[in-house]
Ligand binder design. Structure first.
Ligand code: ANZ
Ligand code: ZN
Length: 821
């Protein structure tokens, strides 16, 4: 009794929840299982507003499913390897684990305060040796299948972080972490062969349609970038001492073969060096120096003037024997397709720009009805009829593509081909705080995997401060004791691989580990995984649309092929929550508009902050903290909580005898909430809940009174629905209503169908006092709704006959009088 005090309530319940273990799944098969997962956090300092939003959303789902009778797995853990810990350790002359585990403790305490209904007994950290042992074990399984391999190639290099980056970590030519423009560096690095799975990653997206945001699917589809066309071989004629040879191009438009007027190879390839004649050699070398300084984005920009160098050679068109000059240019990329193209300037804008810059011929081969590209400077790409193309003349574009492929296949100079934009996943990092790559390099035996029974290869714990600073080679290389070992195969002196794995490897399988986090016989107990996975609802930010989600999908498919899991997709449904903004902008240090979560919780209480987050907008939309009212939420919570003081009927009182109007509101709220929750419209559920609280208050204060069992029924529904958003207040209300032990152990209320039928009344619609229409409307219709309905009436419109309206008098639910101007 007394006044609503969030701090008093917050002090009371965590111990109760912990003791009851209400958030630990029974896992005994007595109920259907469901797995709800929030993308696990990185332990950078304390929780922030973004965590508060994402975890509030995930918790709504977990709590709702629990009330609906499912056995719910809702675990929590930390993605705890990564650069910030290392940078902090360098600055403080410490070990990265100190900063990491201290932050984890801070966040764990905040999560507990925030009342996330998580099963804390399953907590994991990817930087624990018990976890990364299995990351290493999985790496070795990939290695055995040829899916983890090392190669020397130019890689993305961040000159600030002094480490390589995966393509997925380069955003607009810059490091996704620090924003420094990325350069290329030739290094021997480890890769995962994700390209082997390109087709399946694409096809299996069909399963996800309707359950994942379309935007995320589109981004993945685009990233995988499947193109269909042909590989066509062009003979390059001998020149001087240089012998003739073949070079293959990838084209999506073999129908335009007759329109090829020159041939281009990427300037920064070996192929360009192999092809160039002695006369043109110096020109090419100069040009390559200039190209080095450019990013891929700049290279492909249609805005930039085209540059290139003639290589002194000619390629022969396999269909008509025509000789095409061979050029090297930067707009052709070394690592896409074959790194060489046939240029068709009439129908490809970049080729046309190049042709105009170097005065090369333009030949239209597809009549699209548009103007001549050689005159307009605009390449034509639409549908049309093939011309100037000998045996292809008269065909449509699609027919031409098919026919041209037949022709080159018959001549043995080409074949149908599919090309992907997706590249293999570069996984080595020259940093310390990550999972060591479990490979030993032996002068005799080459690469030797560390035997499973010697895992984990643990990180040395004596490196601190400056010893961890990035030098371009891994800091592990300086730990001589650690590096020097013996070859598991021949016993001779050998060295450990000194790179660590991209932290996205750690997060590619953690959702599996949660099924059996203490399992010691393997990365996970396959039976436990069979029971719980795939994840029924995954919740996280759209910034992971490609990286984490694509990698996890890839891991799952490999594990399926290894016989370790029996599903293809790890996350059945995905919810991308919006961002939390302040003043319409993302919170940032430089803007000084950051909002501290801890301060908000101290000021308004956990429940008010949670409720505000969910109430602000549909889960996918951004929340602007400048536009919301946590104090308004706090007032509503107090109002809901006070219902508990006014219910005067005993627990278990039969509501059947209670006030029918209130019962009808209660049951409609329950039924609608259920539907809204299934449709992820959490914010609307809160709006409906507010209406129910108002209706209950009205009933108590009017004739119905607190002793009516319908009031109890309504208050109990309020407690149960409220528990999804404001668990502390809901618990206290539930206890005030005489229930034990926890509202989290309650059941979602059953809906009585006959109470859903709305009572209706007949409303009379008048124009200037004369009855013009009668409408059947709900007895509790609002003034605005009734007014809107009346103005939609055809009879009213006819009577008004174009006259304007002076005023509308509304007496809901029975009368509307329209007064014309
Ligand atoms: C001839 C042609 C004629 C082309 C035409 C297009 C239009 P997508 O769809 O992205 O896969 N291409 C091939 N390899 C390239 C490389 N390494 N760097 C830059 N461009 C490259 O694009 C495939 C098309 O992009 C290919 O088809 C090729 O140009 C070009 F009217 O061949 B096409
Ligand atoms: Zn050896």
């Amino acid at each position: 009794q007394g006044e609503y005090s969030f701090s008093a309530i917050e002090a009371k319940w965590p111990a109760v929840w912990e003791e009851l273990g209400v958030f630990t799944p029974a896992d005994d098969g007595s109920r259907e299982r469901r797995y709800v997962l929030d993308m696990f956090p990185y332990p950078s300092g304390d929780l922030h507003m973004g965590h508060a939003e994402a975890f509030a959303m995930g918790d709504v789902v977990a709590r709702y499913w629990r009330l609906k009778g499912y056995d719910v797995l809702h675990p929590i853990g930390w993605d705890s390897f990564g650069l910030p810990a290392e940078n902090a350790a360098i600055k403080r002359n410490a070990h990265p684990s100190e900063w990491t585990y201290a932050n984890i403790e801070t966040q764990a305490a905040s999560f507990k305060r925030y009342a996330i209904s998580a099963d804390w007994s399953r907590r994991l950290h990817t930087s624990d040796p018990e976890y990364y042992r299995w990351t290493q074990w999985l790496f070795l399984r990939f290695y055995e299948r040829g899916l983890a391999y090392r190669k020397n190639s130019p890689v993305n290099w961040c000159p600030k972080d002094l480490t390589v980056l995966a393509n997925e970590q380069v955003v607009n030519g810059a490091c996704e972490r620090c924003g420094t423009p990325v350069t290329k560096k030739s290094l021997n690095q480890w890769y995962f062969k994700i390209t082997d799975y390109a087709d399946r990653l694409l096809e299996d997206m069909d399963e996800l349609k309707g359950h994942w945001p379309e935007r995320v699917l589109a981004m993945q589809r685009n990233w995988i970038g499947r193109s269909e066309g042909a590989h066509v071989n062009f003979a390059i004629e001998a020149a001087g001492d240089l012998p003739a040879r073949d070079v293959t191009v990838f084209t999506t438009r073999p129908d335009t073969l007759y329109g090829a007027t020159f041939f281009v190879v990427a300037a920064d390839t070996h192929l360009a060096l192999d092809l160039v004649t002695a006369e043109q050699h110096d020109a090419l070398m100069d040009y390559r120096e200039k190209v080095k300084a450019l990013s891929d984005i700049e290279r492909q920009s249609t805005e930039r003037e085209k540059t290139g160098v003639f290589l002194g050679r000619y390629a022969v068109n396999p269909l008509n024997g025509e000789k095409l000059p061979v050029w090297a240019a930067d707009y052709v990329l070394a690592d896409y397709g074959t790194g060489a193209i046939m240029a068709v300037p009439a129908h490809d804008q970049r080729d046309l720009d190049f042709a105009r810059a170097f005065d090369l011929p333009v030949r239209t081969v597809l009549d699209t009805g548009e103007e001549d590209p050689s005159e307009t400077g605009v390449a034509t790409a639409g549908e049309g009829t093939l011309i100037n193309s000998d045996e292809l003349n008269g065909l449509s574009k699609a027919e031409g593509i098919a026919r041209a492929i037949e022709l080159v296949e018959a001549a043995g100079t080409g074949e149908h081909a599919v090309n992907f934009r997706l590249r293999d996943w570069l996984l080595s990092r020259q940093r310390f705080w990550g999972t060591p790559i479990p490979i030993i390099h032996c002068a005799e035996c080459g690469e030797v995997p560390v035997p499973d029974n010697q895992l984990p290869v643990t990180l040395p714990d004596d490196l601190r401060g400056e010893a961890l600073a990035p030098k371009g080679t891994s800091p592990l290389a300086s730990a001589a004791d650690w590096v020097n070992t013996s070859c598991p195969s021949c016993g001779r002196a050998a060295t450990r691989d000194t790179d660590t794995m991209d932290t996205f490897v750690d997060s590619s399988w953690y959702y599996l580990r949660f099924a059996s986090p203490q399992y010691t016989e393997g990365p996970f107990d396959t039976e436990a995984v069979d029971r719980w996975l795939p994840v029924a609802q995954y919740v996280g930010g759209v910034e992971h649309a490609i990286l984490h989600l694509l990698y996890s999908r890839f891991f799952t498919k490999v594990l399926k092929d290894l016989g370790l899991v029996n599903f293809d997709e790890p996350f059945t449904a995905l919810l991308n929550q919006g961002q939390v903004l302040n003043g319409g902008k993302a919170m940032s240090k430089s803007l000084g508009n950051g909002v501290d979560l801890g301060e908000q919780l101290d000021k308004f209480g956990v429940d008010a902050v949670r409720l505000t987050m969910v109430f602000a907008s549909p889960p996918e939309d951004d929340v602007d903290w400048a536009d919301v009212s946590p104090s308004g939420s706090a007032k509503f919570l107090a109002r809901a909580w006070r219902l508990g003081q006014d219910v005067a009927s005993p627990a278990g009182a039969d509501p059947a005898a209670g006030d029918r109007a209130l019962r009808s509101v209660t049951h409609r709220t329950i039924a609608d909430s259920q539907e809204l929750l299934e449709g992820r419209k959490f914010n609307v559920v809160i709006a409906r809940l507010m209406e129910l609280v108002n209706a209950t208050r009205k009933a108590i204060d009017s004739g119905v009174g607190g002793a009516d069992p319908a009031v109890r029924e309504a208050a109990e529904a309020v407690a149960i629905i409220l528990s999804l958003f404001a668990p502390y207040t809901a618990e206290d209300l539930w206890a005030a209503l005489g229930h034990e032990p926890s509202v989290a152990a309650a059941a979602w209320p059953a809906v009585e169908q006959d109470l859903l039928v709305q009572a209706t009344v007949t409303a009379v619609v008048q124009v200037q006092g004369k009855v013009r229409d009668r409408l059947e409307v709900p007895a509790d219709i609002s003034e605005e709704e009734l007014k809107a309905k009346a103005l939609e009436s055809e009879h009213v419109a006819r009577t008004l006959d174009g006259r304007g309206i002076r005023t509308v008098i509304v007496r809901a639910p029975k009368l509307v009088n329209v007064v014309p101007a």
